[in-house]
Design a protein around this ligand. Structure first.
Ligand code: SF4
Ligand code: SF4
Length: 404
């Protein structure tokens, strides 16, 4: 029988397991449990209870009294199912009265489950693909700039530079999934128009490692992390900018910790850079009469704290009306596309996305904006399936359209 390794949990996380008061506040905010109420193991409360019980029976007082007993395979599988049916949206952490850092705790649980061999089989394929092909899709990595091929004019920064002030890190989804090509296409047009000295890494860009880190397979991401940082250092860039909130979060919050040294350059989300160039008067925008609403991507908002830059960019377009959905900022609903859930349970992702689309529709907006190619892909798919007349765009697309 497999055991659960306590070394995957920090001292603070072991204290957090004990600190949970079982108040159940987190349960009503969990978007995946809302769609699968028969699956108790998804709830934060049950995940915490399960690990506390496993550890107590292996190492705690119970083990001392009756001898160590590892969890049964059924109990481990049940806990694994609930832990991987979580989008890692972090909403439970916002409402937890004792401030448990739930998202980090769920990742530590996944790491322990990987050690115990109790994880979804699809994740082996994910690990194999990313560590051998260096991207999420398994396409040849030198094709990373395929999205630029039908641009009317390819800016020099896309493939003509080996050094620049800013490296635009495109990310796997924007690079390889055709539904997302319009996001990097718009981004490079905006950067070019604003006079930003930028470059991409082309085939030297490797997956940022985020899908492996959140799968509980962070060690497998280390080679990518080192490779990417070295590639940026060679470019002498002062800044790395990314449109993908998950890449952003990983570069900004995980890379230095994983490497054990400072990066030596700044990491920005594209909305932060666009906000700066608009403020500096380097990007003029035409008026628009659109009524829009904005979906906070979990990895940009809740987990990285970037709420205002995207809203300020939207407000900088003269005439645009921005209305908020019922849940926004730190209480924003997840789009359903996070946490590797789609790989294990596409129906669950679709159900969460449908709920978010309904919230957007209720605002009366004609455009649903996000600042993430993955949210855009997930929400646009839901709008199509639910037959909702709502245009789903990334902010960079709206900005590129309104450039004077
Ligand atoms: S992170 Fe999100 S999906 Fe996961 S348990 Fe918390 S609220 Fe539910
Ligand atoms: S809200 Fe926090 S303390 Fe309450 S049950 Fe959930 S994790 Fe435990």
């Amino acid at each position: 029988m497999a055991t659960l390794d306590t070394r995957r949990f920090t001292f603070m996380q072991l204290m957090e397991l004990d600190a949970c008061t079982r108040c159940g506040e987190c349960i009503k905010w969990c978007p995946t449990f809302a769609e699968k109420p028969e699956r108790d193991a998804i709830t934060p409360l049950r995940k915490i209870e399960a690990v506390r019980r496993f550890l107590n029976r292996q190492y705690g007082l119970w083990a001392r009294l009756f001898g160590p007993r590892p969890p049964s395979n059924e109990a481990l599988q049940e806990h694994s199912g609930g832990t991987y049916d979580c989008t890692l949206c972090g909403r439970c952490g916002v409402v937890c009265p004792v401030h448990i850092n739930t998202r980090s705790l769920w990742i530590a649980m996944r790491e322990a489950l990987v050690d115990a061999g109790a994880y979804p089989a699809q994740l082996d394929h994910l690990r194999e693909t990313i560590t051998t092909k260096y991207n999420l899709s398994g396409d040849p990595n030198e094709k990373r700039l395929i999205w630029s091929e039908n641009l009317p004019q390819v800016p020099e920064g896309v493939k003509g530079k080996s050094q620049a002030e800013v490296v635009y890190f495109v990310g796997c989804v924007s690079s390889f999934y055709p539904q997302s090509y319009s996001v990097p296409q718009s981004t490079v047009q905006v950067l070019e128009r604003a006079g930003v000295d930028f470059m991409t890494l082309g085939g030297e860009e490797w997956c940022c490692g985020f899908p492996l880190i959140i799968a509980g397979m962070g060690e497998a991401a280390l080679e990518s992390v080192r490779h990417n940082v070295e590639a940026v250092r060679r470019s002498r860039a002062r800044q790395v900018v990314t449109g993908c909130p998950s890449c952003y979060h990983t570069w900004k919050h995980d890379y230095a910790r994983l490497l054990g040294e400072p990066l030596g350059f700044e990491v920005l989300h594209i909305t932060e850079l666009i906000e700066q160039v608009i403020r500096a008067g380097r990007l003029a925008l035409r008026p628009s009469e659109d009524k829009v609403t904005y979906h906070d991507p979990c990895d940009l908002g809740r987990t990285s704290g970037v709420y205002e830059a995207p809203r300020n960019v939207i407000r900088a377009i003269p005439g645009v009306t921005l209305v908020e959905m019922e849940h926004h900022h730190e209480y924003s609903l997840c789009c359903g596309g996070g946490g590797d859930v789609e790989m294990a349970d596409a129906e669950l992702t679709a159900a969460v996305a449908a709920r978010r689309i309904a919230e957007a529709q209720a605002t009366g907006a004609s455009v649903l904006l996000s600042a993430c190619q993955q949210c855009k892909r997930t929400l646009a798919g839901a709008a199509r399936r639910e037959k909702v007349r709502l245009r789903v765009l990334d902010i960079t697309e709206l900005v590129a359209r309104q450039m004077a």
